[in-house]
Design a protein around this ligand. Sequence first.
Ligand code: PEP
Ligand code: MG
Length: 757
Amino acid sequence: MLEQLRRIVQEVNAVEDLQQALDLIVNRVRSSLEAQVCSVYLFDVDLNSHVLLASEGLNKAAVGHVSLATGQGLVGQVARNAEPVNLEDAASHRNYFYIKETGEELFHGFLGVPIIHHRTVLGVLVVQRKERRRFDESEEAFLITLSAQLAGVIASAEATEAIGGISLSGHRISDTVFAGISGAPGVAIGQAVVVFPKADLSQVPVRNARNVDQEIAFFQRSLNEVRKDMRALHASLAGKVAEEERQLFNVYVHMLNDDALGNEVVGMIRQGNWAQGALAHVASEHIRNFESMPDSYLRERAVDIRDLCSRVLFYLQEGEDVKTEYYDGTILVSDELTPAMLAEVPPEKLRGLVSIKGSGNSHVAILARTMGIPTVMGAVDLPINLLDGKEVILDGYKGEIIGNPSEPVIERYTNTIREQDELIAGLLEIKDLPCETTDNHLVNLWVNTGLRSDVAQSLEQGAEGVGLFRTEVPFLLSERFPSEQEQTDIYREQLQAFAPKLVTMRTLDVGGDKVLSYFPIEEENPFLGWRGIRLTLDHPEIFTAQIRAMIRASAGLENLQIMLPMISNINEVNAAMRLIKRAHHELVQEGVDARFPPVGVMIELPAAVYQTRALARLVDFISVGSNDLTQYLLAVDRNNPRVASLYSAYHPAVLHALSHIVREASEEGKQVCICGEMAGDPGAAILLMAMGFDILSMNAAALLKVKSVIRSICLVTAQELLDQVMQLEDAEEIRRAIDLALFEAGVDRLLRSTRTS
Ligand code: PEP
Ligand code: MG
C-alpha cells in the first residue's frame, strides 16, 4: 500500500496543471481501492460551492458543471466538519443530496475524505461502490493519507491557476489573496520583481525573451560549453573508472544534442520565453517524468538531468549577465530573501518585500522593519515562478499578497497608503518632543542598528542611544571575516555618529538563521546549536579581534557598551569577561587610551530568565532579547511559517518571564533594557514601560510610532492595563485588551494591531 501511495503522489507531482492532476488522482484511486467511482470536488470561492472537477465512474458530462453549495449534501458535510464520512448506503443518509446529472443513484457504499491544506478544507475526495458496504478501515486510512499528501500539490496547482486570473470553474477572477505572515507593517502596490539564487533550476522565473535570436545564441553557446566539459571529463576518466560509468558522459552529450533536450528548449525560446526559463521548464518536465518512472534505475536518471541542466544554466547565467531590472514600484519577491538581495535594489524603487520562506521574526524581516519597508514573509503558496512583472498589492499589516487586484481594491489600498503617509508625516512633528506619558513619566527610547544607513535614520527620528548594534550584519554582507582594522572602522563610524549617546555593541551573533557564506555551519537543529556566544567562545581569535576593534574604536569617545548574546550560564559570562579584560589590558599596553566599557548580558533563553540575579551580579546591565526568548519559551522556531501563529510575545508565559526579569535585575540595582522587536510594537511598549524597563530599544521605523502612543497614555492607565493583562490566560485575549486600551486612548488605527484596510 505504501508503494501505491508513493507512486500516485509521484505521478501527480509530475503533471503540469490542476486538471491533469485531478484526472490522474481519480483514475489511480479508483483502481487502487477497486471502487466504481472516484471523484474530486473542490471549493470554488467564486461560486461559494464545491464543484465536481474530476470523476471516474460518474457521468463525464457532469464534470465541471455540477456543484454543491457550502454544507450541502454529504460532500458539504465532509467539508464542514473536516472529517471523513463512511457509509454503507449513501442514499439513505439524511444529508444525501441527489444530483440527477451525475447518475450516482447506482452507487451505495460512500467514503468521502476532506482535502485539507494549512487548516483550510480545499475540497473532498470521494469514492463510491455499487455494493451496500462501508469501505474498510485500511481503505479509509489509505484515502486519508493520500488526501493529506496531495493537499499541498492541489493547493499549489490552484494557486497557479489563480495567479493567471482564472477560477476553478474557469471564470475570470481578481483579488486572489495569498496568505503569509506580517514581516513589516505597511501597504504597498507595485510590480513584482522575482530574484533568485544562481544555478537553481527550480527558482528561475517565467519571463519573456527580449531578443529571441540572441537568447538562442546564448543557449547554444552554453550547450557547447557543457558538451566540451563532458567530453573532457570522459577523456580524463579513461582508465580511472569502470568503462560503463565513463560512457555515461557520452550519453549526456547525446542528451544535449539538438534533437533531444536542446531542441525542446530552442522551441520554447522561439515561443517567446527567455533562455533560462525555457531551460528550467524543459528540465523540470524531464525530471518529473523520470522521477515518476517505476524502474528505480530510470528514476535515478532524474538526478543526471538535473545536474546536466544546472550546468547549462550556470553557463547561461555566467555568459548572459542579466541585470535585474527594478521597476519604479518594485515589490521584491524571493524564495528566501537575504540582506544582500535587499541591498541591491535602489532604495527609491523598493516598495515592498515578499519571502516564501521565513517568518515574522526572521532576521531579514527585522531588517525590513528597520528599513520601514512593508513585508510579507512565509507566503508558502505564492506561485513565485509566475509572478515576475505582475502587479500585486502587499498588505504588511495582515501579511497578505493580493494578485490580479481589481480597481476597487486598488483604490481602497491607495487610500490606506495615503493615510499611512499622512501618519508618518504627522509623526515627524513629535521627533524633538520628549518621550513622556501624559502624567510626565519619561521613557528612554533607543534604537537597534546594523546597517550603515540606520545611523542617519535613527538620529533623524530622535533616538537617545543604541540598545543593540547587530555587529553580525557587516559580517553577513562580507565575503570573509572582516579584519580587526575593518571592524574598527565600522564601529568607529557608529560610535562617532551617536556620541555622546551610548552605543551597545553585541558581540558576533551568528548561527541559527544567520549563516555566514564563508563559515557554513551544518546542524540538524541550528537554533539549539552553535549560536552566538557559544561559537565565539570556541573561536577566541574571532571574539578577541572583535572586542579589540570595539575598544579601539571607542578611544576618545567613551560611549561603547558591550553585550553578550545567547548566554545560558554564568561560565560563559566569566569566560567572555576574561577575554574582554585581557583584550583591554593588551590595548592599554599598546598605548590605546580607552576606558573599560560597561558589559551586559542578553537574556534570551529560559535558563537565563531564572538566573537573572546571578547574571546581573556579574555585569553592568541586562538586556532582554525577546525575539529569541519568545521562540525558546514557546518552542516555536521564529523562522518557520508553519508554526508562526503560535509565536506571540503576548503569550502569558512571555509576559510573566519579562516581569520576573525586571524585578530580579532591579533587585541587583542593574539597569534593564529590552531590544527585541516587541519593544517596537506600540501596544507591547506600553506594557513594557509599565513593567519598569529602563530602556526600550527598537528599529528606527518604530520609534516615533511608539513615542506617539506613549505620549497619548498615562502611566497609571498603563499600570492598570498591565495588572489586568497579567491576570489573563490567553495571548489573543491580552492582545484585544491592549488594543481596546489604545483605542480608548485615541491611538490611530494604523498603530493598533487590529486594522481593517
Ligand atoms: C532577540 O533575540 O530579541 C534579539 C534582539 O536578537 P536577534 O533578533 O538578533 O536574535
Ligand atoms: Mg537574539
